[in-house]
Design a protein around this ligand. Structure first.
Ligand code: UGA
Length: 439
């Protein structure tokens, strides 16, 4: 099939290469010339394990190319909308300007019979509005909503082997045509027995925001338990293990620590609340405000804990920060809890040295005031405290004995409950973590 993918960020670039991997002829379109040129040279503009290899192999087949010109989408019959929907400045609502701009320029090349498939995370009601624009301008063209659930760090795997396919279809006879077209696009995934949920626009849009809200709630739930553990002397890690054994609860997404960040969960729960307010149903999502504030409180608590271990004052204290991306296996620093803590420490007078295996360049560009070094050893040199804020595998595996030789004070704060407390304390470190007793 001939496919266009509009918007080549994490979602679109991975989707475009994955569709080519499935055998389709794909053009990825983005307004950012430097991104398009990098992708065309088989260089990933962001860190995503496995993506650059996939990009290289699919470009080499001749089935994938990238362009800044929407006219190149003219040959395609299915057009995936993958542009970003960030939080509006100064408001909770989603900023739909990229979605609107993409649709407007797509309308110029759309043909009767074409299918527009929305993948971006949008406020419920957006698909119905866009469908009217599509059929109003190009009678016979259709729109479906087909949300994407990929996680950064696992983007290729999640796109090629998703947990489920969700199709939000138009009403009436077009539904069967749109469904058949999507089934053809995803033939290999459908044949593999992937569950499908076939529904209307509103449900499909809500599946995405509901899923992210649930994940955020689960994380904030365990972080609220961590606050209580701090007050009672209980251990949140063991608590999570114990409740996670119950299949109905499950252990995943119950890792207490610094909480959630990134380009999705925080802005999605806020946009969901804003939309509920517009629909007169704000009470239904009032709990998400608490989810958000529990999450934000963890960052403040981490700074307090750092002050506490630094004998009550951060002024002039040398602090090593291990990890700055919003999660491991990513170079994404959007709303990164780690970076937020690093910046607060620096603003409160500490001498902060940050290191991250992938996000170094992004921090240097966006936060030039922070001292970024290449290795954890450089960060730890003469440190008064070491903070693990993003749980990269290489940080989990550090040797606490050798690492202890570098610092002035063997104090480690585990912001992700990721280190082996016994190993670190055996090596003479004072170990502190969110939701756990001091070791
Ligand atoms: C999230 C969802 O997991 C994806 O399904 C969704 O498609 C995506 O948003 C999106 O909307 O595009 P992602 O933002 O890549 O994916 O990251 P997650 O793996 O969900 O992690 C989010 C944050 O939660 C990270 O900061 C992570 O450190 C934190 N987290 C995760 C915890 O604090 N504790 C946990 O137990 C799990």
């Amino acid at each position: 099939m001939r496919i266009s993918v509009i918007g080549c960020g994490y979602l679109g670039a991975v989707h475009a290469a994955s569709m080519a991997e499935l055998g389709h002829d794909v053009v990825g379109i983005d307004v950012d010339r430097s991104k398009v040129e990098a992708l065309q040279r088989a260089e990933a503009p962001f860190y995503e394990p496995g993506f650059e290899d996939l990009l290289g192999t699919t470009l080499a087949t001749g089935r994938l190319r990238f362009s800044t010109d929407m006219a190149d989408a003219r040959e395609a019959t299915v057009h995936f909308l993958c542009v970003g929907t960030p939080q509006k400045k100064g408001e909770y609502a989603a900023d739909l300007r990229y979605v609107d701009a993409a649709i407007e320029s797509l309308l110029d090349v759309l043909k009767p019979g074409d299918l527009v498939a929305g993948k971006s995370t949008v406020p419920v009601g957006t698909a119905a509005r866009l469908a009217e624009l599509v059929s109003g301008k190009v009678p016979g063209a259709m729109l479906a909503w087909n949300p994407e659930f990929l996680r950064e760090g696992f983007a290729v795997q999640d796109t090629l082997h998703p947990d489920r396919l969700v199709y939000g279809l138009p009403e009436g006879p077009e539904a069967d045509t749109a469904r058949a077209r999507l089934d053809e696009v995803y033939a290999a995934i459908v044949t593999a027995g992937t569950p499908q949920v076939v529904t209307d626009y509103a449900t499909a849009e809500m599946v995405k925001t509901a899923a992210n809200s649930f994940l955020a709630t689960k994380i904030s739930f365990i972080n609220a338990m961590a606050e209580l553990c701090e007050a009672t002397g209980a251990d949140v890690k063991l608590l999570a293990d114990a409740i996670g054994h119950d299949d109905r609860i499950g252990r995943k997404f119950l890792n207490a620590g610094l909480g959630f960040g990134g380009g999705c969960l925080p802005k999605d729960i806020r946009a969901f609340m804003a939309r509920a307010g517009e629909l007169g149903a704000d009470q239904a999502l009032a709990f998400l405000r608490e989810v958000d504030s529990i999450n934000m409180r963890r960052r403040i608590r981490m700074v307090e804990l750092a002050r506490e271990v630094c004998d009550g004052s951060l002024l002039g204290k040398r602090i090593a920060v291990l990890g700055a991306a919003f999660k491991p296996d990513s170079d994404d620093i959007r709303d990164s809890p780690a970076l937020n803590v690093a910046a607060q420490l620096q603003l409160q007078g500490a001498v902060v040295r940050v290191t991250d295996p992938a996000a170094g360049d992004n921090i240097r560009t966006s936060w030039p005031q922070l001292d970024v070094v290449d290795t954890p050893e450089q960060a730890a040199e003469r440190a008064d405290a070491v903070l693990l804020l993003t749980e990269w595998a290489q940080y989990r595996e550090l040797d606490p004995v050798a690492f202890g030789e570098l610092v002035t004070q063997k104090r480690v704060l585990d912001g992700r409950n990721a280190l082996d407390r016994d190993r670190w304390t055996a090596a003479g470190w004072t170990y502190r973590a969110l939701g756990r007793r001091a070791g």
